[in-house]
Design a protein around this ligand. Sequence first.
Ligand SMILES: *[C@@H]1O[C@H](CO)[C@@H](O)[C@H](O)[C@H]1NC(C)=O
Ligand SMILES: *[C@@H]1O[C@H](CO)[C@@H](O)[C@H](O)[C@H]1NC(C)=O
Length: 251
Amino acid sequence: MAASMLSLSSLLFFFFLISSPISHSRETNASDFKIVEATVEEIQAAFSRNDLTSSQLVDLYLRRIQELNPVLRAVLEVNPDARDEAEQADRERRGGELVGALHGIPVMLKESIGSKDKMNTTAGSYALLGSKVARDAHVTKRLREAGAVILGKASLSEWYSGRSSEAPENWCARGGYATNPYVEGGSTCGSSFGSAISVATNMVAVSLGTETDGSIICPADRSSVVGIKPTVGLTSRAGVIPISPRQDSIG
Ligand SMILES: *[C@@H]1O[C@H](CO)[C@@H](O)[C@H](O)[C@H]1NC(C)=O
Ligand SMILES: *[C@@H]1O[C@H](CO)[C@@H](O)[C@H](O)[C@H]1NC(C)=O
């Protein structure tokens, strides 16, 4: 036992010796950027060091969504134009033109936040599938103006759980049952669970959610991420499927 452990550890040591120069040189490769727990600030720094492009980051996130979403069911749709938007952001950056503080940063929107693009805005329901919104929600417009790439639409409790008091809070007709990323069978809370889970599992660094009564802070708590519910009225609700003008907040 002791002998085999010794030979195992010397083998590992040897492996470490021969593998470390390789892994070291790979750290300089742009595609090796670590998206796990990456903040917007770290992403911006990697962009400006030319260690990462927006297109590469979109690819990393899309791969992550493809791998994890079948189990977590946190994302309803990915933006078919995300790659093109990222390439445009990269072109602008190469030309020295930065449109705003979120230039090339992928952002996920709760699906009930209107986006006038190829994606749907349905509150998770089949009833609105295929309908077209007249314009971007004001928050969506502001994100695009700041240079953000809209990566996709996050799942939510269908109609913010307004359809039935019996419906489980992790249920969305279009998305199915969402899964807590830390505890199998644990609560995801609602209604912005997709926004919280997508950030917790590094499918994106930043997601917008909405809250009427705990719908940002509760899912953020259950998925162990930071959720910010702005004071009601500080963020525009225009173009977001509403519940209550006295209580709704986008954050
Ligand atoms: C760096 O990544 C690119 C793909 O983006 C790959 O083609 C290339 O071989 C990598 N270079 C090294 C040194 O690993
Ligand atoms: C939006 O819904 C339509 C169905 O009406 C679907 O064909 C389309 O793929 C959806 N968009 C995306 C990006 O999934």
